[in-house]
Unconditional design. Structure first.
Length: 342
């Protein structure tokens, strides 16, 4: 039975398949960090597998929930039964769910992958001896290798260095992961000059770059925030919103106090770079009872709650306060407030 790609939930943007401690600590580590820095949500087994979960259970599921599969063929790749099973499952997902396979040929030739020659021939010979009672498995692995070797990918020897190859891989993924916006009126579009955003983290966050400066912009969706009583209909209402990149907005109806928290992993941010934490919201004409709220940015590993609160800024919803601390109204009708620079 044939399935469309839309029938599978895409939890990850990309799944990384590779073999070997040597490339794990060098090429794979650099590629993974470049993808994360680009706002791409990546599954890498040592980063994502939950403690106590069986690898055999988790990996196929992670492959199925990824839009892209990046397979790094190195000399030792075929020596691993796990890698061969991963590759066979990736090829299956490519056929059934239109998953996109991006092969990277790391110091190996695509023709050797296609025909299982050179070091791959030795690995397959050992597998055939070990699994001689299950030649169907061997054939699935060979077929997966043959099909992968036919796909135009990234041959390391065609680049000036590994960094150049990694840049090309990231550049290839970025446009394909962009979500088309309806124009500059996209709700929550930072600065009105941002490129079309990419949805990451299961749609609970977006990533974009400013067209003029190239600066990164991460936005947390209302669903990605930890809001007090957010699932209580008496206090909050979730409304569809066609102009929002996330498809919905949260409307505050009534609460005794307001406590909304969002977090982002610092590994997504660039070193030696200044960032601004900001809040995007919209007020109804007759809103009342909400005047000022403290906005706090805290670095969990290096700053206590008390230290963070001492640096807090105040959001003046009611329009009273120093001019430089007031939110401003954007062209799309939404308000924006820059809380803290860090």
């Amino acid at each position: 039975m044939s399935h469309s790609s839309s029938s599978k939930i895409q939890k990850y943007d990309a799944f990384l398949s590779f073999r070997g401690v040597d490339i794990r600590r060098t090429f794979v580590s650099h590629l993974y960090n470049a993808l994360i820095q680009g706002g791409i949500n990546v599954f890498k087994d040592d980063e994502r597998l939950e403690t106590g979960k069986l690898i055999s259970d988790e990996l196929p599921k992670a492959i199925e929930e990824s839009k892209f599969a990046i397979v790094i063929f190195s000399e030792s790749y075929a020596s691993s039964k796990w890698c061969l099973d991963e590759l066979a499952h990736i090829i299956k997902c490519r056929k059934e769910f239109d998953q996109i396979l991006i092969p990277i040929f790391y110091n190996v030739d695509p023709s050797d992958v296609r025909h299982q020659t050179q070091t791959f021939a030795e690995s397959f010979s050992k597998h055939e001896e070990k699994y001689k009672d299950d030649m169907e498995k061997i054939q699935r692995w060979r077929d997966a290798f043959a099909e992968s070797g036919k796909i135009v990918g990234h041959h390391l020897q065609n680049y000036k260095d590994e960094a150049d190859c990694i840049k090309k891989v990231v550049d290839e993924l970025m446009p394909s992961l962009h979500i088309k916006s309806d124009g500059d009126d996209d709700a929550g579009d930072r600065g009105m000059d941002a490129e079309s955003p990419i949805l990451i983290d299961e749609g609970k966050m977006s990533f974009s770059r400013d067209k003029k400066t190239g600066k990164k912009c991460f936005m947390i969706a209302a669903r990605g925030l930890d809001s007090e009583w957010s699932n209580t209909p008496d206090y909050w209402e979730w409304l569809p919103h066609s102009d929002s990149r996330f498809g919905e907005v949260a409307k505050l109806k009534w609460v005794c106090w307001l406590d909304i928290r969002g977090k982002i992993e610092t590994r997504r941010l660039s070193k030696r770079t200044k960032y601004v934490a900001y809040l995007v919201f919209k007020l109804e004409d007759k809103f009342h009872g909400l005047e000022t709220v403290n906005a706090v940015v805290r670095f969990v590993d290096s700053m206590s709650v008390k230290e963070a609160e001492q640096l807090a800024s105040v959001v003046h919803f009611a329009g009273r306060g120093r001019r430089q601390t007031l939110p401003f109204k954007r062209g799309d009708g939404w308000m924006e407030y820059d809380s803290i620079i860090f």
